[in-house]
Design a protein around this ligand. Structure first.
Ligand SMILES: C[S@@+](CC[C@H](N)C(=O)[O-])C[C@H]1O[C@@H](n2cnc3c(N)ncnc32)[C@H](O)[C@@H]1O
Length: 227
């Protein structure tokens, strides 16, 4: 099978990430946990099955387990090397590759897609979102998390990151257009990650700042149009 971009750096991914986000603080688990917090603060669902689409080396999985202890978590990625690490570091969790993905059609209550789309070539973004949509239950919720190109610290971090060499950041409004073009409708959205790890205790304040386009990242919550 052809190797994907992240197959080549899967083993170094965690170290590269720690090196890269030094300006925000070196505790990379903060950013992983933050994604599960966003879902738990915004979802209207009590999920039984959660998929992380583009789970990479599985850094977010244990936090999905922590915030949704009743749910079974599944991880999917195009990078088999990343999936191998995800399996090793998350024993007991199910991980699927491309060849088995269709078996999960209409299955998941919640799908998280975190920092994946800026690595997908523009001409493949809508079709990839449609694949993710096909895995969502009709009344399920999709959470997309992306870097905010209007935050200069985020842009600096991406510009100096080895694995972001080919990344093209997507602004929130462009991401909303893409999501709609794939047949989903937007439920709500917000900017996130306003505070570095050293003052992470301020995180609960973030929900009042969600409209401000200065957060390091943003999230969008969407559902299928046919729901
Ligand atoms: C920056 S990593 C993010 C990993 C993880 N979501 C996280 O937050 O730690 C981007 C991941 O997206 C995956 N990816 C890229 N294109 C993809 C696609 N078309 N479908 C699924 N995953 C993809 C890559 O293999 C890589 O593991």
């Amino acid at each position: 099978m052809t190797k994907t971009e992240f197959d080549y750096i899967a083993e170094q991914y965690e170290d590269m990430l720690r090196q890269n986000i030094g300006i925000y603080g070196r505790d990379t688990t903060y950013y992983a946990e933050h994604k599960a917090i966003i879902i738990s603060q915004n979802t209207s669902i009590n999920p039984i099955r959660i998929l992380e689409f583009g789970c990479g080396t599985g850094r977010n999985i244990r936090f999905l387990q922590k915030y949704f202890p009743e749910a079974s978590i599944v991880g999917y990625d195009v990078s088999l090397e990343s999936l191998a690490i995800a399996k090793r570091t998350n024993p007991g969790v199910q991980f699927v590759s491309n060849d088995k993905l269709e078996e999960y059609a209409n299955t998941f209550d919640i799908i998280l897609i975190a920092n994946v789309f800026h690595h997908i070539p523009a001409q493949k973004q809508i079709s990839t979102m449609q694949i993710a949509k096909s895995l969502l239950r009709p009344d399920g919720e999709m959470f997309i998390v992306e870097h905010n190109p209007y935050n200069f610290m985020t842009v600096h971090a991406v510009d100096t990151c080895v694995f972001d060499e080919n990344a093209v950041l997507i602004a929130l409004n462009a991401m909303k257009d893409l999501i709609r073009a794939a047949g989903l409708e937007i439920l709500n959205q917000g900017y996130t990650l306003f505070f570095p790890t050293s003052i992470r205790f301020l995180q609960p304040v973030e929900r009042y700042l969600a409209w401000l386009p200065f957060g390091a990242q943003y999230f969008i919550r969407a559902q299928r149009k046919d729901s």
